[in-house]
Design a protein around this ligand. Structure first.
Ligand code: SF4
Length: 319
């Protein structure tokens, strides 16, 4: 089924996880003389930082610099197993984060695993055919369209009762009523991007009462390491179980804004991906992981690197 899927046209509005999985050429399809650009290589984190993490008994995959302190969120477990997918409900958003790598101009198009779809049923059929165990409904901001989000969740729940469903949101539009409706429709958990609101944890409070297993998931802007450190402590105090940090991504859509913000970007993405990591983001993220271990936070902090994104992409491509 996956083999047939590769011949379907790709959505050109979706350049996040799932599209990155599919777009890369096979090794055998690359030109004979093509070599990886040195600029595309991911610099290793400092050896002293890795040694500090090892001494703190960090968990994970040091060879890909993907590490965590306590446990992984369920949706990530399936993703790391090559059984995760993403749905972009829209690329419209009520925010305009400088680091956002969604295509501009934004478009109100639904795509599943990098393919445009026209109905909830089509989305469900596609995920069913992929045999995935988890799916993240993201955007843009999916909660700009609550009826669409709820309708899709209900369809997925009907068709794939065991699918783990996360909804990604910046949290601005969450209300007690919407939280209850999301839960009733069959959403398992939320992923809150608090980088969008300047690291304000307020959306977490109400959401935790309905989704106790929610995760906060954000890119690490290197210059914001201090603010992220303060937020980690506040999330721990609130009883949040998971904080997911990822390397700040640079794509063709945010490269200019990232440069203006002082982020040094690499010239080319890694093979299989349509983005690359921003220099210094990884080291900042790993310092936060080390800090969480040193402070013995109950909050589990997980850093997912572009190295792991690449690994997942290759795995999905070769399956
Ligand atoms: S909230 Fe998310 S989707 Fe919206 S602009 Fe920011 S990063 Fe992009």
């Amino acid at each position: 089924m996956r083999r047939g899927l590769r011949s379907d046209p790709l959505s050109d509005t979706y350049e996040r996880y799932a599209l990155g999985l599919i777009r890369g050429p096979r090794r055998s399809e690359r030109g004979p003389g093509r070599k990886r650009s040195p600029a595309g290589r991911r610099p290793s984190p400092p050896a002293s930082l890795l040694a500090r993490l090892e001494a703190l008994s960090v968990k994970g995959w040091p060879e890909r610099a993907t590490l965590y302190t306590r446990s992984l969120p369920p949706g990530c477990v399936h993703c790391l197993d090559g059984r995760g997918s993403s749905i972009s409900l829209t690329t419209l958003c009520n925010r305009d984060c400088f680091f956002c790598f969604n295509p501009r101009p934004r478009a109100d198009v639904v795509s599943v695993h990098g393919r445009d779809v026209r109905s909830h049923a089509q989305a469900g059929r596609l995920l069913e055919s992929l045999g995935v165990r988890s799916a993240g409904i993201s955007g843009g901001e999916p909660l700009l369209f609550p009826a669409r989000t709820l309708g899709l969740v209900k369809e997925l729940r009907r068709r794939l009762p065991k699918l783990w469903i996360d909804v990604y949101t910046n949290g601005d539009l969450l209300t007690p009523r919407l939280l209850a409706r999301l839960k009733a429709a069959g959403v398992d958990s939320l992923r809150l991007n608090l980088a969008a609101n300047g690291y304000d944890p307020r959306p977490v409070r109400g959401a935790l009462a309905v989704f106790p297993d929610l995760a906060v998931e954000m890119p690490v802007v290197p210059s914001d390491q201090g603010r992220l450190s303060a937020l980690m402590g506040r999330l721990d105090g609130l009883g949040v179980r998971h904080l997911i940090l990822h390397e700040l991504f640079c794509s063709g859509h945010n490269a200019g804004l990232l440069r203006k913000a002082g982020c040094r970007t690499r010239a080319r993405p890694r093979a299989f991906l349509t983005w690359s990591g921003v220099a210094a983001s990884e080291a900042s993220a790993l310092r936060l992981v080390a800090e969480a271990l040193e402070k013995k936070l109950r909050l589990s902090v997980y850093y997912c690197s572009t190295g792991t994104q690449q690994w997942i992409a290759r795995k999905a491509w070769q399956t």
